[in-house]
Write a new protein. Structure first.
Length: 320
């Protein structure tokens, strides 16, 4: 998005909003509600509608109801799973997602440079900076960060919940070590209308953005509003290869060894055997196919945007 915030505001009056919270993942949510309501009131906005997620409905239904009730901004607090579910209720609407920190990952917020504390996140929404991003779709389910098959999905599925709550992304390290030498996948990968590629791999990622836990950037060229998904086929075969990849990550290299990069609007991955699969860290049923279709410019997200076109050029004010 190259438009400055001032060109995206569509008026200057107060906006109606809603707040979706996963109360099982967010501590002190009663105080959180009070603080957000007070901050919005200070900006002249009305009190936000309040929605709590449940095991049966982790966010989609609440987001759909918020939009039906006229919410123009939907705040979501509860981690990547809650955000992904809420996105499914916001895709294709004019309502903007405002991500607030909560849960373990918050990867969409990290990739879009959304503030990592609640007051600044609310202020970002109040200032009306927006970015319209793409969304991936797999079997009718939406994702905004990354889909994966193989090691990454097994790692997510196997990470201990209690350890994630206490140690955050460190939990995934222990899980990754357990699965680093799982059997290779034999894959057939088709990008758009190109001929199918046959590859051996430990894992394959299809990303709208590239940054993972711990700041690891596995898809450095991914842009969330490019209209395409970036693909990484990760194929280490021994300990030495894993060390090469780790060294490349630690050195911040733009391209990692033993990783093949592709890009397209429609990605179809077939595996010889059923494999674990995930969307934005939510494990879905194992399968032999991961088919990703891009929905371009499908979701508005509240982000920091400069106030003038001049600020968008190099040398303008930095993001807060």
């Amino acid at each position: 998005m190259t438009e400055p915030a001032s060109a995206q505001r569509h008026g200057s009056g107060p906006l109606r909003s809603a707040l979706i919270v996963n109360t099982n993942r967010v501590e002190g949510w009663e105080k959180l509600r009070e603080d957000i309501t007070a901050q919005l009131a200070g900006a002249g906005w009305p009190e936000p509608a309040w929605f709590e997620t449940s095991a049966e409905d982790p966010g989609r239904g609440q987001a759909e109801q918020a939009v039906a009730d006229g919410a123009e901004v939907v705040f979501v607090c509860g981690g990547d799973g809650t955000v992904r579910s809420a996105i499914e209720g916001l895709v294709g609407t004019d309502a903007a997602l405002a991500v607030l920190p909560g849960g373990t990952g918050n990867l969409l917020a990290a990739n879009l440079d959304v503030p990592t504390n609640v007051p600044d996140g609310v202020d970002t929404a109040i200032r009306r900076g927006r970015r319209c991003i793409d969304v991936g779709e797999v079997e009718g389910q939406s994702f905004a960060i990354m889909a994966g098959m193989g090691l990454d999905a097994a790692m997510v599925d196997d990470a201990p919940t209690a350890l994630k709550a206490k140690a955050g992304s460190v939990a995934y390290v222990f899980s990754a070590l357990r699965h680093a030498f799982d059997s290779e996948m034999l894959l057939e990968v088709t990008i758009d209308d190109a001929p199918a590629l046959r590859r051996h791999a430990r894992t394959i990622l299809v990303g709208n953005v590239g940054r993972l836990q711990g700041g690891v950037n596995v898809l450095p060229d991914a842009e969330p509003d490019s209209g395409k998904m970036d693909v990484a086929i990760i194929a280490p075969r021994n300990l030495g290869h894993w060390i090469q990849i780790l060294f490349g990550v630690l050195r911040g290299r733009k391209k990692l060894p033993r990783v093949e990069y592709l890009r397209g609007e429609h990605v179809v991955i077939h595996s010889e055997k059923s494999q674990p699969r995930q969307l934005d860290g939510d494990v879905i049923d194992p399968g032999t196919t991961l088919e990703v279709t891009v929905r371009p410019s499908a979701l508005w997200v509240c982000v920091h945007q400069p106030d003038t076109a001049d600020d968008l050029t190099e040398g303008g004010p930095s993001s807060r």
